[in-house]
Write a protein that binds this ligand. Structure first.
Ligand SMILES: [Zn+2]
Length: 267
């Protein structure tokens, strides 16, 4: 009986992971000073963002004028300058899509899409600024690119593990692979997405405050969202679980946002 576990594929995977990591792009978050790594350069991100934007618009009912477009454009015009130098190379653009979906997103490079379904829940300009500020922060913080890098590294690790266990008994091998995949999901990707959510909340809160929207409205908005959950939570909620912890964190960050808001008022 030969060895059922091979070490060489793991060594190769580790070397590939190292190169993937070292070849990745660094981004500095100006709000926290933290340096992050992402899979794509800003230029590649923007090109992909533009492509997705055009795809979404070509398959959606785009609203070209009217009160919803005026509202969304007005909020975007105030939020964009509040993002600062981090988005200097962004080509901001905003579109409104007629759809009952409670959704909004901002693609890498600054292409924003707001669905009319989220407007009644946003209720007012500050509510909409909460949603849009949060989504814009995901883009300025390069969250998509960071996620791609993590997924790529994990994929390499899984390929290494698959090769390393290639000659194991099939049942045992499936157990090992399932345990690794589960561990990656619950130990790495899910906490990562929770971290990204609180980063986007924090940065989005500063954006809205600097743009002159009352940051306290963010708390009211998330409280409203959590009540609207129910049996069929809207699409936006599945990506943005509105738990008590998130609202508590926002309250902790409020003094800094309040100061930014007051500064914006006095200008
Ligand atoms: Zn989010």
């Amino acid at each position: 009986m030969g060895r059922s576990f091979k070490i060489l594929p793991l060594i190769i995977a580790a070397v590939v992971i190292l190169f993937q990591y070292l070849g990745s792009n660094k981004f500095r978050d100006p709000e926290t000073g933290k340096v992050h790594r992402g899979a794509l350069s800003s230029g590649d991100e923007a090109a992909l963002g533009l492509q997705s934007y055009q795809e979404v618009l070509s398959t959606s009912d785009v609203v070209s004028s009217g009160p919803d477009v005026d509202l969304v454009t007005r909020v975007a015009r105030r939020l964009i300058p509040a993002t600062g130098d981090v988005a200097n190379d962004f080509q901001w653009e905003v579109s409104v899509v007629r759809s009952p979906q409670v959704n909004a997103f901002c693609l890498p490079g600054g292409k924003i899409v707001v669905y009319t379904g989220i407007i009644p829940l946003a209720q007012n300009e500050a509510g909409l600024a909460t949603v849009m500020g949060h989504e814009m922060a995901h883009a300025t913080l390069h969250h998509g690119s960071q996620r791609l890098l993590k997924q790529g590294l994990m994929q390499t690790a899984m390929m290494g593990a698959a090769a390393a266990t290639g000659s194991m008994d099939n049942g045992k091998r499936q157990m090992v692979m399932a345990a690794l995949a589960g561990g990656a999901q619950f130990g790495i990707l899910l906490p990562f997405s929770r971290d990204q959510e609180s980063e986007a909340d924090h940065t989005g809160l500063l954006y809205m405050a600097r743009a002159g929207f009352d940051p306290h409205e963010a708390i009211t908005f998330w409280e409203r969202m959590s009540k609207s959950g129910g049996a069929h939570p809207p699409a936006f909620m599945s990506d943005h679980p509105s738990d008590g912890a998130r609202i508590e964190r926002l309250k902790e960050e409020m003094p800094k946002a309040q100061a930014a808001y007051e500064q914006a008022q006095s200008r």
